[in-house]
Design a protein around this ligand. Structure first.
Ligand code: DP6
Length: 330
């Protein structure tokens, strides 16, 4: 009884982005999204029920947290307790292998691991769809980190309970695929504008938002076809235009939401030069200045060297497709 439960999950990078929630309470996105789960930067989370405790304790990378970060975890645990019909408080111990809040998807791996460990600790028996739906309540991108390889998150139909039920991720079929993602960590510090605030402002004020969502629908259909054919150039082209379109949409917000830094642009230039030299390399960027470059495994070292030259002093990490979230027996 009340055995601690530990889970491990990996971040994912969206090749088709969602940006904007139509329900912030239920965490329902406006748009479908599609991602690759990575084999680097896992998050390991242990949930231990503490029947005697008056409040949840949240420990992040060895230090107790409070404020907004803790509150997000407590709110999530409240949801798990409600689903499980239980009331005891818990201690959550999370270890990230990547800086939190730096646009490297620690919320995706974090809430996927917390969903799995929390459900296990409170005795909830969930299938992967239900687990993905639950993880989405912590962070929309976390719904996708429940799965390994490539996954898509449905925006779901309608509003309220119907939307909640219909918004979850599932694996996307792909042909055997030789792919790497080379990550240039331009800035590992926390971002200036949280993705939550950035999304809110973009949805409310960017005149480009509706057309970006519409073009994302077309991008998603083309992306699925390209993945079935293991067509790296098509996958890369679609991912790059989807990401640049998202950033253009943010830049058109009032005031502008800008995550791209001078080094980001220098890295994007180096990706164009790689392509001019015949290397299949395509960039994507999220809510931060870091650049992730899709390429073939065989080209990954050359791409990594190019990114290092373009962004002197920045860490560059080569990732591949990673595993699904899993319980860690310890
Ligand atoms: C640009 O889903 O991590 O990476 O739900 O507020 O936690 P919260 O945000 P999150 O935002 C991800 C934004 C994105 C696009 C994507 O991953 O689809």
């Amino acid at each position: 009884l009340n055995r601690p439960a530990t889970a491990v999950a990996h971040p994912n990078i969206a090749l088709i982005k969602y940006w904007g929630k139509r329900d912030e309470q239920l965490m329902i996105p406006y748009a479908d999204s599609l991602s690759m789960t990575l084999d680097v930067f896992p998050t390991t989370t242990t949930v231990r029920i503490d029947s005697g405790a008056a409040a949840d304790e949240v420990v992040l990378d060895g230090s107790p947290t409070d404020g907004e970060r803790r509150q997000r975890v407590v709110t999530f645990l409240d949801l798990v307790r409600k689903l499980a019909g239980r009331t005891e408080r818990a201690c959550v111990d999370t270890r990230n292998s990547v800086p939190t809040g730096a646009g490297l998807a620690s919320s995706a791996s974090g809430f996927a691991a917390l969903a799995l460990a929390g459900a296990a600790a409170y005795g909830l028996d969930l299938d992967t769809t239900a687990l993905s739906r639950l993880a989405r309540r912590g962070s929309v991108s976390a719904s996708r980190s429940v799965f390994g390889g490539f996954a898509m998150c449905h925006a779901g139909p309608g509003a309220g309970a119907a939307a909640d039920l219909g918004s979850y991720a599932e694996p996307v079929p792909v042909a055997p695929f030789d792919v790497a993602l080379v990550i240039a960590i331009v800035d590992a510090g926390p971002k200036a504008v949280s993705s939550r605030e950035g999304m809110r402002r973009t949805v409310r004020t960017s005149p480009l938002y509706p057309s970006w969502v519409a073009s994302g629908r077309a991008d998603l259909a083309e992306m699925r076809a390209a993945l079935l054919q293991a067509d790296l150039d098509a996958v890369g082209e679609i991912a790059e235009r989807n990401a640049l379109g998202m950033h253009a949409t943010m830049l058109a917000a009032r005031p502008a939401v800008r995550y791209l830094a001078p080094v980001t642009v220098a890295v994007l230039d180096s990706v164009l030069r790689l392509r001019a030299d015949g290397v299949s390399a395509y960039a994507t960027m999220d809510a931060g200045p870091n650049v992730k470059v899709l390429c073939r495994r065989a080209d990954a070292d050359r791409v990594a060297d190019t990114l290092r030259d373009a962004a002197p002093g920045c860490a560059v990490v080569v990732a591949g497709p990673g595993p699904a979230a899993r319980p860690d027996p310890g």
